[in-house]
Structure formats: C-alpha cells, structure tokens
Design a protein around this ligand. Structure first.
Ligand SMILES: CC(C)(COP(=O)(O)OP(=O)(O)OC[C@H]1O[C@@H](n2cnc3c(N)ncnc32)[C@H](O)[C@@H]1OP(=O)(O)O)[C@@H](O)C(=O)NCCC(=O)NCCS
Length: 107
C-alpha cells in the first residue's frame, strides 16, 4: 500500500497513486490512512506539486477514498476504461495539490 512506489513525472512534479486493500480488511480506514500518508510524503519529502488518480465511475469505494483524502473530483474521461468483460466505462479524475489544505477539499 500503495501497490508500487509512487510513479512520478519529475518534469511536471506530479505523481499518480493507486491502491488495493485485501477484501477482509476493508472499511477499516486503511486506504484512507495510507493514501493520506503517501500524499503527505509526496509533497513534503518528494517536493511534488500534484498527485492524482483515476478510477472507473462504477468504483464508488475508490471515489469515496479519494474524497476522504482531499482529492477533488476534477472531471470525467468518457469511455476511457474497459472492464474485463469488455464493457466501456467513464473514468473520474481526482487531484490534490500541495497547496490544498485539509482533507475535506471537495470539487
Ligand atoms: C477502494 C479500496 C482500496 C478502499 O479501501 P478501504 O480500506 O476499505 O477504504 P477505507 O476504509 O479507508 O474507506 C475510506 C472511505 O472511503 C469510502 N469507502 C470505502 N469503501 C467504500 C465502499 N465500498 N462504498 C462506498 N464508500 C466507500 C468511505 O467514505 C470510507 O469512509 P467511512 O468508512 O468512514 O465511510 C478497497 O475497496 C479496494 O481495495 N478495492 C479494490 C481495488 C480498487 O478498487 N482499488 C482502486 C482502483 S482505482
């Protein structure tokens, strides 16, 4: 958690975050705690300006974690994701800037 080291784009001082919690440990606040920690590290230690992530609009859990960690909903990419069953879905883009404060930043 996160699954891989934070993939960074040094030229633009940005990174993308993703995460997964094993099913039997969900809804205990682990994703929120981990994302907040890695976000603080990205800004304070890596000096990044922006962290973002994307999720299928069907993934309400991921959307909830994003908002709980102060990642604003910035927009929707239409038909940008294909499920394992071949169904195309829209994708939400969330972003948090180093200048944002608190964890209640809503888009
Ligand atoms: C998304 C995922 C990482 C959430 O992990 P988690 O540890 O259960 O999340 P948290 O307990 O930290 O939840 C934080 C907040 O997110 C929201 N949330 C989490 N799971 C939710 C769900 N199933 N439905 C609705 N909201 C949810 C809630 O607002 C929650 O706060 P609350 O419990 O106080 O109401 C987990 O469900 C998962 O691994 N899913 C499969 C992988 C995945 O979809 N990864 C994201 C890919 S973009």
């Amino acid at each position: 958690m996160p699954r891989t080291p934070l993939p960074c784009d040094a030229d633009h001082s940005t990174a993308k975050v993703s995460y997964r919690v094993v099913p039997w440990q969900r809804r205990k606040g682990y994703a929120r705690e981990a994302v907040r920690a890695v976000t603080a590290w990205a800004f304070a230690e890596r000096g990044l300006s922006r962290v973002q992530w994307e999720h299928s609009v069907a993934n309400t859990a991921s959307c909830g974690v994003a908002l709980a960690c102060g990642y604003r909903l910035e927009g929707t990419l239409r038909s940008a994701f294909v499920t394992a069953d071949g169904v195309r879905q829209d994708v939400h883009v969330h972003g948090r800037l180093a200048a944002d404060t608190g964890y209640d930043v809503q888009g």
